[in-house]
Design a protein around this ligand. Sequence first.
Ligand code: DOR
Ligand code: ZN
Length: 426
Amino acid sequence: MKTLLENISIFGKKSNILIEDQIISSLGEMPAQQALIFKLGGLFAIPGCIDPHTHIRDLGQSYKEDWNSASQAALAGGYTMVFDMPNTIPPTTTPEHLQLKRNAAKKATIHKKFFLGATNHNIHEVEKMLATRAEDIAGIKLFMAGSSSNEVVDKEEDLIAYARLAKQYDKVLAVHSENQACIQASERLHADKDHARWHNTIRSRECAILSTRQILDISAKVGNELYLVHTSLAEEIDMVRQHKAKGTRVWCEIMPHHLLLDESILETAGNYGKVNPPIRTARDNEALWEAIRDGTVDTLGSDHAPHSLEEKARPYAQAPSGFPGLETSLALMLNQVKLGNISLERVVELTSQAQNRIFRLGDRGLLKPGAPADLAIIDLDARHVVEPARFRSKAKYSPYQGMELWGKVMMTLVDGEIRYKAPEMA
Ligand code: DOR
Ligand code: ZN
């Protein structure tokens, strides 16, 4: 089976993409004999996005999302691979639970990898899973604070033990950095605050700064690869920048909501914008932009964290944190490309090429001859409105609701097969 994507832009140059047997066989001029041909003048091809940070749920929380609905959401958003976080029910903390997750994920129509969940008492279980050297293990995920049905690792000696284990098995240690004791104290202090507008005050910047300093210092000493997830604060960015300069092996992930939204959105979005770490301030947005420009930021994740509308409708304190991101993240960044705030090349670096390097994905995530044909075809001139009611995700809400964006995913291919086509392409 041959497919030819004709007259498409790749990194600023007009080209053709010939796909044979799931692989990009060549780029540039070519005869199109016996191929399924798509004329795509005006559109751009980029590597299918790889989301290093999603919560796909399934199993005990399939009412929030399952691998089917998540795959549909991912494909519509231009994603061809996702890494799933371990705070599922049951959590990915033992070999048995990992196997349950693998079975549930068989229905996925995208590529996937799993993070192993660290707790204060399961390091031997995590080691057993790592010792299998299974290809589908993305790394170890450790939460320094409670966030959403997760266990916490908050003792210094346990943090060091996990850093050493990650190093021993040459896997990244992905860390959710907020200090548990600090957050609990702050929650007690602000117990009277009953609206999401206070979320950034309650889960304060001081609490995140404390834990980020601690885990950076540990990783600098141990020499493991630290993958700092959803970095949200100017102070954290400064620390990461300094550590990178002195050779600490730290990777910095950010999310669109920490880059593009500030806490004022919570006045209208309410619990739909409640997320951990919280949406911060305009000053932090600017620090993240600067860090994108100077290379301190490595990857862009979505933190796709679906919950049900009923759960989100609860009073602030009882509503779970998180919102879906797979169907908005790339589009939000394409809008920034159109507005001239970032180049398409940098977006590609943040959404696939860096993941390829950090998580050692072989040729996956690269657009070049010989690589798997995982592609997103995008139209930078198409305009659309974020309409959560139409999401493929089961979580039909978003703090971006009603926002008008430039840039749209028109087609998504996985291993050379077209798995998503926008209605306009039919
Ligand atoms: O807001 C969040 N939601 N932050 C997390 O760390 C977890 C996530 C979830 O699983 O819902
Ligand atoms: Zn998360």
